[in-house]
Design a protein around this ligand. Structure first.
Ligand code: AHM
Ligand code: MG
Length: 448
């Protein structure tokens, strides 16, 4: 029990005091707070009476409200820890479930070994190797299989040399010129030796023509059925700066009698007589693209396995694909009018320009994305720059078999299909306009 101090006792009339005391004891024994009177003018006796009556009531009401609020607050305070605990529990549960989800996802992250454990994925593991493809696609022609296998091997060995070129000191000029007067790089020589050695070892070649050798190589003691023309490392300007380069090859069957010494005439034939062609691109990945005349197949070298694995059949978009033109526009002042007009038209119609400067890379992109690749004849080089036997022909066959068009444009008085050109010399050149029919036809329309 608390004693009501005189200081907290309101100075009211006796009856009011009585009521207040009663209410005090009845309510909660808390000191009665009184409002300080405003020092305003004196109230009338009646008003004072009413006020004196109302004040304790209001105070009592206020007290009750305060008490209720205090009780609510106390209850709330008591409940708070339990609510906090619930909230924490909820967060912990949410985090735990997230961790579980992550664990599940991590456990599901694809691995190259998944297919061994999941029969639904078997197809991925069963990617065909180039070796398997060669065996089945040569349909029992063991000599052709030997040849294709030696090309596969040459591509792997050159790829390895290119990968190690920097630390092995293989960049730079070798200090000599090749058959067509170009400076020869160290990697040119290495690649040429690798290709010649691999092809000779196959035991099935009789004549080889290389961009790097002025004369055809008639292989002594070998009377095999095949003649191969190749550019062992195409894209000379890109060799020393680690930009994609490639090897290109075309294969003919000899026409001179088997068993006799082969002749140059065995390989100086129009492109349409090729039995197979292809290229290897040494890019971010090494890819080998081949055709035996029906369809074009694409293989990529898996460095861990040292095997070329099947990627896909290569088919151009029949509608022409992306609008891209690819040529060395630095030569445009020397170009004939139709080529200038075509390129101007490309610019006017929203074409993009892309030019690596390695034929293999520029043609590979053209086949995959669409558009057109041109190395046309010009006022300075009336036959263009690219060599017929080991650049023009193989790329033309692949382009046609992938669904594109390969033309010389206006050349020696007529517009010709590249594969119809009859080479007179092993290092002959011809203009090249190849890619989507949509674009090549547009050039030919301007040329006709
Ligand atoms: P190369 O065989 O000496 O390397 O020359 C052929 C190359 C092609 O790969 C490429 O398309 C062309 O030359 C690029 O020539 P340019 O530098 O005149 O644009
Ligand atoms: Mg070349």
């Amino acid at each position: 029990m608390r004693i009501l101090s005189m200081r907290s006792w309101p100075s009211t009339r006796a009856s009011t005091k009585k009521k207040v005391i009663q209410s005090y004891w009845e309510e909660d024994c808390s000191p009665v707070k009184t409002k300080k009177k405003k020092a305003k003018g004196k109230a009338s006796p009646e008003k004072k009476e009413v006020q004196a009556d109302a004040e304790p009531k209001a105070k009592a009401k206020g007290k009750a409200k305060e008490k209720k609020e205090a009780t609510e607050k106390a209850t709330d305070k008591k409940a708070e820890p339990s609510r906090q605990h619930d909230r924490k529990q909820k967060i912990v549960k949410e985090l735990e479930s997230k961790i579980q989800d992550l664990k599940k996802k991590m456990a599901k992250a694809p691995s190259e070994f998944d297919p061994y454990l999941n029969p639904d994925l078997q197809q991925r593991v069963n990617r065909e190797t180039l070796t398997q493809y060669i065996i089945t696609s040569t349909k029992g022609d063991q000599q052709l299989a030997m040849l294709m296998n030696s090309i596969q091997h040459a591509s792997k060995v050159v790829s390895n040399a290119i990968e190690k070129a920097g630390p092995a000191g293989l960049y730079g000029l070798a200090g000599q010129e090749n058959a067509t007067g170009d400076d020869v790089k160290k990697l040119d020589i290495i690649s040429n030796d690798i290709w010649i050695e691999c092809l000779q070892r196959s035991g099935v070649c009789c004549v080889l023509v290389s961009e790097e050798n002025e004369e055809p190589i008639v292989i002594e003691g070998q009377t095999g059925p095949f003649c191969v023309a190749f550019d062992p490392l195409d894209g000379s300007s890109n060799i020393d700066c680690n930009v994609s380069v490639g090897s290109i090859f075309s294969i003919y069957r000899r026409s001179s009698p088997s068993g006799a010494k082969a002749e140059v005439a065995d390989i100086l034939k129009p492109g349409k007589e090729m039995i197979a062609a292809g290229y290897t691109m040494y890019g971010a990945a090494t890819e080998l693209v081949i055709t035996y005349g029906s369809g074009v197949q694409r293989f990529a070298l898996d460095p861990a396995l040292g095997e070329f694995l099947y990627v896909a059949d290569l088919k151009m978009d029949p509608k022409g694909g992306k609008k891209i033109y690819s040529c060395n526009e630095g030569n445009s002042l020397q170009w004939d009018k139709p080529i200038v007009d075509f390129v101007e038209n490309c610019k006017d119609t929203g074409y993009a320009a892309r030019y690596v400067g390695s034929m293999v890379s520029d043609v590979h992109r053209t086949l995959l994305y669409g558009g057109i690749y041109l190395y046309p004849a010009d006022k300075k080089s009336t036959k263009g720059k690219l060599r017929v036997l080991y650049e023009g022909f193989p790329m033309a066959l692949i382009t046609e078999k992938a669904g594109g068009v390969a033309s010389t444009g206006m050349f020696k008085g007529s517009i010709q299909r590249v594969l119809d050109v009859i080479p007179e010399q092993i290092h002959d050149k011809c203009p090249i306009i190849m890619g989507a029919a949509r674009d090549v036809d547009a050039v030919l329309k301007l040329s006709g």
